[in-house]
Write a protein that binds this ligand. Structure first.
Ligand SMILES: Cc1cc2nc3c(=O)[nH]c(=O)nc-3n(C[C@H](O)[C@H](O)[C@H](O)COP(=O)(O)O)c2cc1C
Length: 344
């Protein structure tokens, strides 16, 4: 009862949206344990600043910028749009065209940003530079063994990306129902649950399973500030949980994308007998086509990353509305529904 009164007072003071304190909010200096993961072509200053202004952590995606100089400018643009902390995603993946990763990393340091999300490969080569600059590193991992490795090499936190996630879920196909409790048992550093999260139930469940917060990609694509065409957002609102596809399985570089006609063609080519050569699918999956799809709204222009959470997306709110709603829902579940179950 006392608790309920305290909560009501807190709600009144915070406009109905109480703060949630976790190891992640403490580490990152944010109000709510909600992070927007790096997203190629989507992680621009508009979205990152909106998430940070809403009390979460927005993330600018480094490789969406054609050069390290452009990244520096994009970070400056984001700094002009928010006073709150935000981060930068550095995705280290094998690419056809070599990427000057060292220069991107240096641009991040020069910008003064203090939080980096790394993904793809082991971030160890970049850690001395980031640590020297006082940057907190969150490494995104799709397995417990990689999470433990990230902890061992000195990352400050990890994002545990379950099989449900958009983008690259790895090759183990283990869902968050297993990964999160395992992470809770074995990791000492704070961790975010990533993949398949988009509402208050998800946040409450992730916290219950031991996570210190959540990382969302797909859900943030369908927000007013996400810089992509309304056709894409509308399509994702209409989609169900069955509307994603796994491609690149034959290359052991699996990606979860929206199941449009192009993704279906890629799946069909990969399922043909014999080895699939990347040249067979390359014209369909070019990154530039994905960017054009987001800009122009032609939904069959190329492929785009999307997670199973599309099945739970049914509106296009502002980031402020979304973050506020998720926190309020989770708080209600934790302090009412679950509390009633155990207090009887
Ligand atoms: C459109 C899109 C692009 C993405 N691009 C990247 C990327 O460039 N680097 C990266 O580390 N993760 C990328 N991700 C993955 C997200 O950061 C996040 O880990 C993932 O979306 C979590 O799963 P969810 O979509 O179910 O929330 C992308 C996700 C989406 C939806």
């Amino acid at each position: 009862m006392v608790y309920a009164v305290e909560r009501d007072v807190r709600r009144a003071l915070t406009g109905g949206n109480a703060e949630m304190k976790t190891r992640i909010t403490e580490l990152l200096g944010i109000e709510h344990p909600i992070v927007q993961g790096g997203m190629q072509w989507v992680g621009l200053a508009e979205l990152a600043s909106a998430v940070s202004n809403a009390g979460g952590l927005g993330i600018v995606t480094a490789l969406t910028q054609p050069t390290p100089e452009d990244l520096l400018k994009e970070i400056e643009r984001c700094q002009s749009m928010t006073d709150k902390p935000f981060g930068v995603n550095l995705t280290i993946l094998p690419t056809i065209k070599p990427v000057p990763y060292d220069e991107y990393a240096q641009a991040i340091v020069d910008s003064g940003v203090k939080i980096v999300e790394t993904a793809g490969r082991n971030p160890e080569p970049f850690l001395p530079l980031f640590k020297e600059a006082g940057i907190k590193v969150i490494h995104k991992c799709t397995s417990i063994r990689h999470s433990l490795k990230a902890e061992k090499i000195g990352c400050d936190a990890v994002s545990v990306d379950g099989f449900e996630c958009a983008g690259h879920p790895g090759e183990d196909d283990v869902t968050n129902m297993i990964l999160l409790p395992l992470a809770a048992r074995r990791l000492k550093i704070p961790f975010l649950a990533s993949g398949g999260l988009g509402d208050g139930r998800g946040l409450a469940a992730a916290l219950a399973m031991g996570a210190d917060g959540i990382n969302m990609g797909t859900r943030f694509m369908v927000t007013k500030e996400a810089p992509i065409h309304d056709n894409v957002k509308q399509k994702m609102i209409e989609a169900t949980e069955l509307d994603t596809a796994l491609i690149y399985r034959s290359f052991r570089n699996t990606a979860r994308v929206f199941k449009n006609s192009v993704a279906k063609q890629v799946m069909e080519i990969e399922s043909r007998p014999g080895e699939t050569k990347f040249e067979d699918i390359q014209p369909l999956v070019q990154g530039v086509k994905g960017r054009e799809l987001f800009e122009g709204g032609d939904l069959d222009k190329g492929i785009w990353s999307a997670g199973m959470i599309v099945g739970l997306i049914d509106d296009n709110p502002s980031c402020e509305e979304l973050v506020t709603r998720i926190v309020a829902e989770a708080e209600d579940i934790l302090s009412n529904r679950l509390r009633e179950m155990v207090s009887g």
